[in-house]
Design a protein around this ligand. Structure first.
Ligand code: TYD
Ligand code: MG
Length: 454
């Protein structure tokens, strides 16, 4: 029998029946590779009489105490973990090469070790001297973290089995290999097998295991997404090149809320926590400029003010440009369509650029109204009042919908010195934090009153 699904996309991990140049699932090019499927011993014999041990079946009501957690004392990290590190958990930390994963995890390792966790850092990428140099730069040379450089999982597991540490960091999953599998380190099969062995080890020994995974753009190396389903917690470390801000974001967490973010700043001596990110993202804002608005967003449990910037200009091209940084381009197209169809404000013949300042990515629909305001402000060359924040979801009919956590958004705006807010009507905030609210039921009313457009 031919084996099905022996082609796998290294970017998203989806299996395909045959090879093709582009992955249908994630759209990446040249990422599909042929993989020997994971073998699980002698092929598909019936279990027959050779039964395993009986399972211990329990009631749903059986109560288990919440897992004990260790705080790293890096508040931005602990929040993203859902309130600290859970023993026996497997955590994946993904991110672009060079974004600062090793730096973050060495700092975290030192802090956890200082809390009394026996901590092992295994580097498969850098020589011991390099890791020690980084430690010296971070002022962590005396931290009680045990270091090893290795890539053979067999050796690593032998070591971990005898030392049974509380926390082990594997940097990175793509450099590790297991000798029962034929393909090269970094292949989908290797990365999955290594992740499987290490997560099993975590459960067996009660060790928290952190797997570092580089995000790969294309080629033969498997990205962190191929092991996302195997771990308890998935964190991504993001940032724009040229910006010193770094965002640690939880996209999956069995032990806490997903979509939580921690904000850091890369300094000459490692990553520093940013306790007040709104102030950071709004710094550098001068006088009100057309096209610039302040969106009062929520990331996870935390309010975050960011500046949205739009530029609208007559296009020299046959096909006008739509370029977005930090937001969803499909969502931008939707808002342009609603502005045109419901408010009679066309963008034909105009290039549209939208940028979320500071290098952060926003995915909330609550930013719709702020985006529309930035676009109109740029198009009409009229600025919004400098002391106003704005948020709200736009539906295809052009109606404005109230969004969650209105009060928290207003409170954060107040804290940063804003005095008014443009919001959808019906949001019913219990308290406005002293901000003057300007409420609108639909986009036409908003564009008419604020910009005299439509
Ligand atoms: P690194 O943690 O090695 O990234 P990753 O493990 O994700 O590949 O960080 C690499 C970058 O961070 C590198 O360009 C140097 C910079 N850096 C600082 O700016 N300050 C520091 O204190 C350290 C240790 C690194
Ligand atoms: Mg690294």
């Amino acid at each position: 029998m031919g084996k099905s699904a022996s082609f796998t996309c290294t970017a998203c991990g989806v299996s395909h029946r045959k090879w093709s140049g582009q992955c249908e699932a994630c759209g990446a090019w040249n990422t599909i590779v042929e993989e020997a499927p994971l073998s699980t011993g002698p092929k598909s014999k019936s279990l027959g009489a050779n039964r395993g041990a009986a399972l211990n079946l329990t009631d749903l009501s059986d109560s288990e105490p919440p897992p004990p957690r260790t705080h790293s004392t890096i508040a931005e990290l602990d929040r993203v973990l859902g309130g600290g590190l859970v023993p026996a958990s497997a955590i994946l930390v993904g991110g672009d090469p060079g974004i600062g994963k090793s730096t973050l995890l060495l700092q975290a390792a030192a802090r956890f070790a200082a809390q009394g966790l026996s901590t092992v850092y295994i580097s498969g990428e850098e020589a011991g001297a390099q890791v020690r140099m980084r430690a010296a730069r971070l002022g962590l040379s005396d931290a009680p973290v045990k270091l090893a450089t290795a890539t053979s999982l067999r050796d690593i597991l032998t070591t971990l089995d005898t030392t049974a540490p509380d926390l082990v960091i594997i940097d990175s999953i793509q450099t590790m290999w297991i000798d029962t599998i034929d393909s090269a380190p970094g292949s989908v099969a290797q990365v999955r097998a290594v992740a499987h062995e290490l997560t099993t080890f975590a459960k067996r020994k009660g060790t928290a295991v952190v797997l570092v995974g580089h995000v790969t753009k294309e080629g033969q190396i498997a990205g962190p997404r191929v092991v996302e389903h195997m771990v308890d917690t998935v964190l991504y470390f993001e940032g724009e090149r040229g910006h010193q801000f770094r965002i640690l974001r939880s996209v999956k967490n069995r032990f806490g809320p997903a979509d939580e973010i921690g904000v850091f700043e890369m300094t000459g001596r490692g990553l520093a926590e940013v306790a007040n990110p709104s102030a950071l993202f709004l710094s550098g804002r001068g006088d009100p400029t057309p096209g610039s608005v302040v969106f009062a967003g929520i990331e996870g449990t935390r309010p975050l003010l960011v500046e949205l910037q739009a530029l609208v200009a007559p296009t020299p091209h046959a096909q006008p440009r739509r370029a977005v940084v930090g937001w969803d381009s499909a969502r931008l197209a939707m808002i342009l369509a609603v502005l045109e169809a419901r408010c009679g404000i066309p963008f034909t013949g105009l290039d549209v650029y939208l940028n979320v300042a500071g290098g952060i990515r926003i995915s909330e629909p609550a930013a719709d109204l702020a985006v529309a305001a930035a676009l109109l402000s740029a198009r009409e060359d009229a600025s919004l009042p400098a002391e106003a924040v704005i948020f709200g979801e736009i539906s295809l009919s052009g109606a404005l919908r109230p969004v969650a956590q209105t009060e928290n958004r207003l409170k954060e705006a107040k804290k940063l010195g804003f005095t008014s807010a443009i919001v959808p009507s019906g949001g019913k905030p219990g308290a406005t934090g002293g901000l003057a609210l300007r409420e609108f039921g639909d986009l036409t009313a908003f564009t008419g009153e604020i910009f005299g457009a439509g």
